[in-house]
Design a protein around this ligand. Structure first.
Ligand code: SIN
Length: 302
């Protein structure tokens, strides 16, 4: 029997209904995102506050903090409260801090394409992709340069039961070949502010489940993305292209997304296990400069 999708799965009014004691949490968008206030990330926060920040991250998938002023050391210290640093291949760390990369778009860059400008989950081609990424805005353009996130729990929950069952049994092949292999050097030459090392290593492949069970929430999330997923394990290419193209479009539809307009001092902390994200390259003439740290994650599991 075929099914007709009459409505999307409703978004919960207040995810989990958690009450927070040490932070204020205000929802930013329907599908995901919350703004947290009442906390200075540059200080050594008590365990209870860290636990509440983690709870808010699990509830809202991406959390934002305004008006922070973190040195690279302070950002590393905050990041480590959530786990060790993840490996960050191909992108060089800043000289003084091996756990920090600079995400920079120079004012002189005119291309409509930003670093991180294709929907992705960070480094999904690693055997253990990062759990989270933390981006701190140090210089922002007066317009443009927003970041978008898409909720991959909703993406999975809004597939039909029949498609969900089929997807649960599938594995996808991930690779950085279309991002960091030497053939991509021309693209990286456009990114004047970035320090990237293309390499043959990027042609390596890694297989992950198409639907992963989040290690903390135990919820199922769609886990394919158009930047790093290059195929479906044991499928022929015309078949996999059809299904993957459908899933990429489905997974990033507007009703699953939130969007952030950056101000200097903002910090965004997102969960790569259940989100995709992309940056917009529409701020030509103005510099955008961020520091990013990345928290290690688990092996994606069914
Ligand atoms: C990224 O981590 O993919 C970059 C995100 C951004 O610059 O907004």
């Amino acid at each position: 029997m075929s099914l007709t999708a009459t409505e999307l799965v409703p978004i919960p009014a207040a995810p989990e209904g958690h009450v927070f004691r040490t932070i204020d949490v205000v929802r930013h968008s329907g599908p995901c995102g919350a703004v947290i206030s009442g906390v200075n990330l540059a200080t050594e926060l008590p365990e209870e506050t860290i636990a509440e920040i983690r709870r808010a991250l699990l509830d809202h998938l991406v959390i934002f903090f305004r008006a922070q002023s973190l040195s690279a050391d302070e950002q590393v210290a905050f990041s480590r409260r959530f786990g060790p640093a993840s490996p960050v291949p191909f992108v060089n760390a800043i000289p003084t801090h091996p756990e920090v990369i600079a995400v920079v778009r120079e004012a002189s860059e005119t291309q409509r394409f930003a670093f991180g400008g294709i929907w992705h989950s960070d480094f999904s081609m690693l055997p253990q992709p990062p759990m989270g990424s933390i981006l701190h805005a140090l210089e922002v353009p007066p317009f443009g340069g927003d970041t978008l996130w898409a909720n991959q729990y909703l993406a999975f929950e809004n597939c039909s039961p029949g498609l969900q069952n089929a997807l649960r049994g599938l594995s996808a092949v991930h690779s950085a070949r279309d991002a960091y292999a030497p053939k991509m050097q021309d693209v990286h030459d456009m990114f004047k502010g970035m320090s990237v090392q293309t390499s043959e290593e990027a042609n390596r492949t890694q297989v992950h489940p198409v639907v992963r069970v989040h290690g903390e929430t135990r919820r199922e999330a769609l886990y394919v993305n158009s930047q790093y997923t290059i195929g479906l394990d044991q499928w022929w290419s015309p078949e996999e292209k059809l299904l993957l193209d459908y899933l990429y479009r489905h997974a990033t539809q507007e009703s699953f997304t939130c969007r952030w307009k950056w101000e200097v001092g903002d910090v965004a902390f997102w969960d790569n296990r259940c989100l995709q994200h992309m940056a917009l390259g529409d701020s030509s003439g103005h510099r955008r400069f961020m520091h990013r740290t990345t928290v290690a994650g688990e092996t994606p599991a069914r």
